[in-house]
Design a protein around this ligand. Structure first.
Ligand code: SME
Length: 167
């Protein structure tokens, strides 16, 4: 694996940062087969490179989501099916961008610092098996650029799942 992420934080736009980061994320996980180890490093690399308030995954476990590897403030450990942004992204199998969490009915506030959020489903064999959740301390911080780039991250995670299914 790569030992560090090489990214000019001060000079690149968020789109450019994603473009520089994504190939490095592939390298980061290519030699390791353990899913949790890879998810831990992916979350750390994304948090460090992109400066998100919080980034992490929730695993689908029976009728609820359970917290997985993350970086940032402490988070809710369990979210019911169809509840919160994460539970709805799971139920509907689609990416949800929330420009203002206070305006989203049913939003679950894990950190009072979170102002906007994006949640993407992670698929394995056409089923949602995890969600990727990213929070920002700024309003309207996520757009189509994030949806596309983070969609590539969920693609990397789906490939990892194909190699080492979640336990
Ligand atoms: N806000 C999420 C809960 C998870 S935390 O943001 C880490 C939601 O409404 O599902």
């Amino acid at each position: 694996m790569a030992e560090s992420i090489d990214l000019p934080l001060s000079t690149a736009s968020r789109k450019e940062r994603y473009e520089l980061l994504l190939p490095q994320l592939h390298h980061l996980v290519e030699d390791e087969s353990d899913l949790i180890a890879n998810l831990g490093n992916l979350m750390a690399a994304l948090k460090e490179a992109m400066g998100f308030l919080w980034i992490g995954v929730y695993f689908v476990r029976a009728e609820e989501l359970v917290l997985g590897p993350f970086q940032g403030p402490l988070a809710c450990t369990r979210i019911a099916y169809g509840k919160g942004v994460c539970g709805i992204a799971w139920k509907e199998g689609r990416t949800i961008v929330v420009p203002d969490v206070d305006q989203f009915p049913g939003h679950i506030a894990c950190s009072s610092l979170s102002k906007s959020e994006i949640v993407l489903p992670v698929f394995s064999n056409d089923k949602v098996v995890m969600v990727l959740d990213v929070d920002s301390d700024r309003l309207a911080d996520f757009d189509e650029t994030d949806a596309v780039a983070l969609g590539k991250v969920t693609g990397i995670i789906s490939e990892l799942l194909a190699k080492a299914p979640a336990r």
